[in-house]
Design a binder for this molecule. Structure first.
Ligand SMILES: NC(=O)c1ccc[n+]([C@@H]2O[C@H](COP(=O)([O-])OP(=O)(O)OC[C@H]3O[C@@H](n4cnc5c(N)ncnc54)[C@H](OP(=O)(O)O)[C@@H]3O)[C@@H](O)[C@H]2O)c1
Length: 287
């Protein structure tokens, strides 16, 4: 298959490039090559004429999104519209990467593909709009991911949570992490493998949740990072309200797929994925 990846040097994009390139003709587009908010630059997609276009581009600094709603909607919603429109014209499949933040967090059990999104912040609202625009192309997959960690680190966020924790611990900084916000940590390498399977198995078009299995609070995630890395910093659990963040965040945004297992796709537990990430990043030796 001919596959084009938008945001190919980002955290997920890097793993998608590595995962797909052996068996497919893959073209990566960086932010220098394409500006998703500008329809004219998106016309480059017509030149490549791929079978599948994976759009990982996003403005996803959640607090900054509250201050810059125009930019947020421009990238996450209008960008998705531009990509879906061109994909449809060239009869390509659009893959849009969405988020657990399309949910409001009032549930106590993981959100499935059957739950209705009701986002509570600008980032989530803009990504839901991106999902709706993506659906304009009947040949679409919407993949909801969450709390990503991958070797490249998120370029839009300046790294990832695992690296932030390890860096602080190595500097002997005291670390405060929220213990009342639940999510499903997800390794971008595993998400990329799932996306590959979805494309290759030609799953029915639609929405899929693609996170590592299980969930935890950010504090519990930090504890596991330090346990596996053999670090022992002063780690204190705090409440979300103590951080006075600009954006409201869902209290519980764990995801679970009830669709992927029907096709034999099951992502592993987040703790196993974290262990492999720490090895890949050379924080710990391979066994
Ligand atoms: N990170 C998370 O925890 C998380 C959680 C749930 C869902 N997601 C979603 O997963 C996707 C990938 O996340 P990630 O962590 O891989 O992000 P990332 O590392 O920031 O990657 C995004 C990529 O898109 C490019 N990009 C940004 N704005 C663009 C624009 N206007 N036009 C063209 N390219 C643009 C970036 O290039 P530059 O850096 O050069 O601008 C970067 O290469 C995003 O759609 C995000 O919403 C992320």
């Amino acid at each position: 298959m001919k596959i084009t990846i938008i945001g190919s040097t980002g955290q997920l994009g890097t793993d998608l490039m590595k995962t797909l390139k052996h068996e497919h003709e893959v073209k990566g587009l960086t932010h220098q090559d394409i500006e998703v908010t500008d329809y004219n630059t998106c016309l480059i997609l017509k030149k490549h004429h791929p079978d599948v276009i994976i759009n990982t581009a996003a403005f996803h600094k959640t607090d900054q999104c509250e201050e810059e709603p125009l930019k947020t909607f421009s990238v996450n919603a209008i960008g998705a519209k531009n990509i879906a429109t061109i994909s449809e014209e060239i009869e390509a499949i659009t893959i849009f990467i969405s988020t657990d933040y399309v949910f409001n967090g009032s549930k106590d059990t993981p959100y499935t593909e059957d739950d209705t999104p009701t986002p509570i912040n600008t980032y989530g609202i803009s990504k839901l709009a991106g999902e709706l625009y993506t659906k304009q192309n009947p040949k679409h997959y919407i993949l909801r991911l969450a709390s990503l960690f991958g070797v490249a680190g998120a370029s839009g966020k300046g790294g990832n949570f695992v690296e932030t924790m390890i860096t602080k611990a190595k500097k002997n900084e005291p670390i405060n992490v929220v213990d009342d916000m639940w999510m499903s940590p997800t390794y971008t390498k595993d998400a990329a493998t799932t996306i590959k399977k979805i494309i290759e198995l030609k799953l029915p078009f639609g929405i899929y949740h693609a996170t590592n299995q299980g969930y935890c609070t950010w504090f519990q995630f930090a504890k596991e990072i330090f346990k596996l890395s053999g670090l022992n910093p002063a780690l204190t659990p705090i409440k979300t309200e103590q951080l006075k963040m600009k954006a409201r965040r869902p209290r519980f945004s764990a995801l679970k797929s009830i669709r992927l297992p029907k096709y034999g796709i099951q992502m592993r537990e987040w703790k196993q994925a974290l262990h492999d990430y720490l090895i890949e990043k050379e924080h710990i030796p391979a066994n």
